[in-house]
Design a protein around this ligand. Structure first.
Ligand code: ADP
Ligand code: MG
Length: 133
């Protein structure tokens, strides 16, 4: 499905819709260029899951836990080998968390087949196309 959102709020609302279909143990891989709305989407997921803390792009860590939601942002991860130091693998097989990964390319080979892939595309300053299969 291709979803079109016209502002940040709509991207968060789409995330809220998706939350209804998620359960612990699920993994989401978010693809798309910088600024395409991946973190905004994760903020929407967190809000819908009742997370009180503010979700942002971790600067010094690659993986951050918000209650049952685990947010990984591997943008600055140099190599797949380095992935071992992030703590990400503790959550990859966890049946208790929802794991959401931005910039998943570097660890793609370890993602289970059930991983849901979501693609973000900037179409203009405020519009985004979000493809969810
Ligand atoms: P990414 O994590 O993919 O790099 P972010 O979510 O951090 O992207 O940033 C998206 C930026 O684009 C934010 O500044 C947000 O306000 C802006 N924006 C504009 N329109 C939208 C939209 N339709 N959906 C999501 N973000 C949008
Ligand atoms: Mg981001």
């Amino acid at each position: 499905m291709v979803y079109k959102t016209a502002n940040e709020k709509q991207t968060k609302a789409l995330a809220k819709q998706i939350v209804g279909k998620l359960k612990p143990g699920d993994i989401l891989a978010l693809y798309g260029d910088l600024g395409s709305g991946k973190t905004t989407f994760v903020q929407g997921l967190a809000a819908a899951l009742g997370v009180k803390a503010t979700v942002n792009s971790p600067t010094f860590t690659f993986v951050k836990q918000y209650e049952l939601l685990i947010h990984a942002d591997l943008y600055r991860l140099k190599s797949a080998i380095d992935a071992e130091t992030t703590g990400l693998f503790d959550y990859l097989g966890s049946p208790h968390h929802i794991l959401v990964i931005e910039w998943p390319k570097v660890i793609e080979r370890w993602l289970p087949a059930k991983t849901k892939k979501i693609y973000f595309k900037t179409t203009n300053e405020t519009t985004r196309e979000i493809i969810i299969n």
